[in-house]
Design a protein around this ligand. Structure first.
Ligand code: ZN
Length: 149
């Protein structure tokens, strides 16, 4: 097998130890690296293939359950009236994600608005109608961090 460096500029075949192209003078030092671009694409595909599901697991399963545990222990009890409820384009296990505008009331504070996104089981969809009231737990450090109790 004859090893050769192909010039990326003019396609001249140069000897494998050539530093510059005989045809056009292009520096050839980086040419062998181009053969590595295929594994890099593979690595990117693997990162995307693993990362995207991980992102969904994190944002819809692990993150919310950690937040739920935290609020169950530290949250302030309050009530929330649903002012607006809209389905987003996201579904988790065929259950739609609902984006709600809530009017949250906690003791010692003026009622305030919170945008709340949560995945609602199909059977509970009728419960998230505007006008309905829910008990909520509110993060004492972040009034926008609210979950249904
Ligand atoms: Zn060349």
């Amino acid at each position: 097998m004859i090893m050769a460096k192909i010039c990326p500029n003019c396609n001249t075949k140069n000897s494998n130890n050539a530093e510059f192209c005989q045809g056009c003078g292009q520096e050839l030092e980086n040419v062998p690296q181009s053969t590595r671009s295929f594994p890099i694409i593979l690595i990117i595909i693997i990162i995307v293939a693993v990362g995207v599901p991980l992102y969904f697991v994190w944002s819809f399963v692990i993150g919310p359950s950690m937040n739920e545990n935290y609020l169950e222990q530290n949250g302030i009890n309050g009530t929330a009236e649903i002012l607006d409820a809209q389905q987003t384009q996201t579904f988790v296990n065929n259950n739609p994600e609902i984006k709600m505008t809530l009017l949250v009331s906690v003791p010692g504070k003026e009622p305030y608005k919170v945008t709340y996104k949560t995945v609602v089981p199909m059977v509970d969809l009728s419960k998230v109608q505007p006008g309905n009231k829910w008990y909520v737990l509110v993060d004492p450090k972040d009034p926008q961090n609210v979950i249904f109790a």
